[in-house]
Design a binder for this molecule. Structure first.
Ligand code: FUL
Length: 497
C-alpha cells in the first residue's frame, strides 16, 4: 500500500515535470511572460508548510504523570492521583516566559506513552478528569490553549500513539480510541498549529492489567491515513510531524541540523523512521527538518535537574538556536514545568539570559540601512521586481533573482560606514523551491575584498541560514557570492549583524 502510494506520487511528479523539460531544453525557468517570473524547482512547500516555516522556534512542554514519578516513560499502571501538582498549574507563567523569549508556540504532551490524558477526555477513565487531588483535576490543554490565544502564541499537541495503559492497545479496539482522542483535541481547543505523533511504539506495559509486551506494525496498525484525513478536515492548517507528512525528525534530540540542510527529502529511500539531519538535495518531497532538544536530564521534569546543572545554560540554548533555526530547520525546545506546575527559577533565568543573547546578536540588522547592488539582476517588465534591493527591504515576499541558466552571482551591501560584523543571515524564496548549493562571504577592507571564514559550512541556505564569521570584522561593505545553485538563485533576505 505504501509503495503504491509513493509510485503514484512519483508518476504525478513526472507528469508535472515532463512538459517543462520537453518545452525548455536547458532550463526550468519560463521566459514567456514579460514579468519573467522564475518557474519553481520542485518540490515546493504547501501553504501549510510555509506557515510552519514561519513558526521557526517554539517550546515543547512535557508535563504529565512522569513529572511526579521521575520516570521518562511511565509504565501505564500509575494511579490517576499520582498526577499531584503541589500548587495550581500556572499556565500564565509558562506562556509569558516562552513568549518573552521570542518563541511562537507551545506543543504540550497531552498524552505520553503512559496513556494518562491531561484533558477531560471521554475516551478513557485514565485522565485528569477523574483526578481528586487538590490541583490535579484540570484540563491542561483547555487552560494552555486559552492562555496561548490570550497572549498570541500558537498551541500544538503531542498525543502518543503508544499507550501503555490502555487494555486494547495492540488490538483493533484501540485504533478508534486513539483517533477519538485526536478528534477531541482537534475539536475542543481552537486552532492547533502542529501535532506530534511520536515514533516510540509497542513493547512492555500495563495494558489494563495484562502486564505484558505487545508489539505492533506502526506503518499499518494505527490506520494513520484515515486519521490524517480527519485532521486535515478538522485542522487544515495543522502541520503533522513525522509519518511522511509535513516535516521530519532531524535524527537527534540535541537540537542540531546538518551544516548542509535541505528541505527536500526522499523518504522512499529512507523510510526507516531514523530521521535525517541534512535532508537530501534531490529529495522528491518537501519535508523539512524539525530539531527537538531536551533541556534537563530527560524530557520530563526531574527533581535533580536544577541542582545537577542539567538545565541548559543561556549560551547552550543560543548555540542550539544557531545549529537549528540557523540551519534551515525549525526548533522545538523543551521546557518541562515542575511539580509545582511552573517553570523552575533556573529554567526561567536561563531562558531570559538566552533572550538577552539573541537580542545582543540579532537586535540590529545593519543591512536594513545598507545599499544593495548585484553582479546582475533578472530582467522584468515590472521595474525592480528582481532587484538587489529586495534582499534588504525587510520583506520575505520580494527577492533578488538571476536570469535562467545563471547559477552564480554576487550581491553587495554597502553599510555606509565601518561597522563590526559578526553574523550574516540569508534566506531563499522557498515558495519556488530550495536552490542554493554554495555561497561565500566577503568583507571590504578598504582596498580589497577579503574572503571570510565562517564557523559552519556555507553550502545550503533555504528558509533561513545564519552564518557566524570566525572573527568579528570591521567593514563598511559585505558581499555574498552565490557559487552554485540548482537553477537561478532567488534570495529574499540578507541581514547583517
Ligand atoms: C521521544 C519520546 O519517547 C520521548 O519520551 C519524548 O517525548 C520525545 C520528544 O520523543 O521519542
Amino acid at each position: 500500500m505504501k509503495i503504491s502510494k509513493k509510485l503514484f506520487v512519483l508518476i504525478v511528479c513526472m507528469l508535472l515535470v515532463f512538459p517543462i523539460v520537453l518545452g525548455q531544453t536547458s532550463s526550468f525557468c519560463d521566459m514567456s511572460s514579460s514579468e519573467n517570473e522564475p518557474q519553481p524547482v520542485f518540490p515546493v512547500p504547501t501553504e501549510r508548510q510555509m506557515a510552519w516555516h514561519e513558526m521557526e522556534f517554539y517550546a515543547f512542554m512535557h508535563f504529565g504523570i512522569n513529572t511526579f514519578t521521575n520516570l521518562e516513560w511511565g509504565n501505564g499502571n500509575e494511579s490517576i492521583n499520582s498526577f499531584n501538582p503541589t500548587a495550581a498549574i500556572n499556565v500564565e507563567q509558562w506562556v509569558t516566559e516562552i513568549k518573552n523569549a521570542g518563541m511562537k508556540g507551545i506543543i504540550l504532551t497531552c498524552k505520553h506513552h503512559d496513556g494518562f490524558c491531561t484533558w477531560f477526555t471521554n475516551t478513557t477513565a485514565h485522565s485528569t478528569k477523574n483526578n481528586t487531588t487538590t490541583y490535579g483535576n484540570v484540563d491542561i490543554p483547555a487552560l494552555l490553549s486559552a492562555e496561548c490565544r490570550r497572549q498570541g502564541l500558537k498551541f500544538g499537541a503531542y498525543i502518543s500513539p503508544w499507550d501503555r495503559n490502555h487494555a486494547e492497545y495492540g488490538r483493533a479496539g484501540y485504533v478508534e480510541v486513539f483517533r477519538e482522542q485526536i478528534r477531541e483535541i482537534c475539536t475542543n481547543y481552537g486552532e492547533i498549529f502542529e501535532m506530534w505523533f511520536d515514533g516510540a511504539n509497542g513493547g512492555s506495559g500495563y495494558y489494563g492489567g495484562a502486564n505484558e509486551s505487545r508489539s505492533i506494525d506502526a506503518e499499518t496498525y494505527y490506520d494513520f491515513p484515515n486519521t490524517f484525513k480527519m485532521i486535515r478536515e478538522l485542522q487544515p492548517n495543522c502541520a503533522i510531524w513525522g509519518w511522511d507528512q509535513d516535516c521530519h525528525w532531524v535524527g537527534n534530540e540535541e537540537g542540531w541540523a546538518g551544516e548542509t540542510s535541505w528541505c527536500t527529502y526522499d523518504n522512499g529511500a529512507n523510510d526507516d523512521g531514523s530521521g535525517n539531519e541534512e535532508g537530501e538535495e534531490d529529495g522528491w518531497r518537501w519535508l523539512p527538518t524539525e530539531c527537538d532538544a531536551k533541556n534537563g536530564n530527560g524530557w520530563f521534569w526531574n527533581t535533580t535537574a536544577d541542582n545537577t546543572g542539567q538545565i541548559k545554560t543561556a549560551q547552550q540554548l543560543f548555540n542550539i538556536y544557531m545549529t537549528s533555526v540557523g540551519r534551515n530547520s525549525n526548533l522545538i525546545l523543551n521546557f518541562p514545568p515542575n511539580k509545582a506546575g511552573v517553570l523552575s527559577n533556573a529554567t526561567v533565568t536561563n531562558l531570559r539570559g538566552f533572550k538577552t543573547l539573541l537580542d545582543e546578536a540579532f537586535g540590529t540588522d545593519l543591512a536594513l540601512n545598507a545599499t544593495a547592488s548585484a553582479s546582475a539582476e533578472r530582467s522584468s517588465s515590472v521595474a525592480g521586481k528582481f532587484a538587489a534591493r529586495n534582499v534588504n527591504d525587510n520583506s520575505d515576499d520580494t527577492y533578488w533573482a538571476l536570469e535562467d541558466g545563471e547559477t552564480s552571482g554576487s550581491i553587495e551591501l554597502d553599510l555606509g560606514s565601518s561597522r563590526t560584523v559578526k553574523y550574516i543571515r540569508l534566506g531563499e524564496y522557498i515558495r519556488k523551491g530550495q536552490r542554493v548549493k554554495g555561497f561565500e562571504i566577503y568583507t571590504w577592507n578598504g582596498s580589497t575584498w577579503v574572503k571570510q571564514s565562517t564557523t559552519t559550512a556555507t553550502t545550503t541556505i533555504g528558509h533561513k541560514r545564519i552564518v557566524q564569521l570566525t572573527s568579528p570584522t570591521q567593514t563598511s561593505k559585505v558581499k555574498v557570492v552565490i557559487t552554485d545553485s540548482k537553477v537561478c538563485p532567488l534570495i529574499n533576505r540578507i541581514s547583517i549583524y
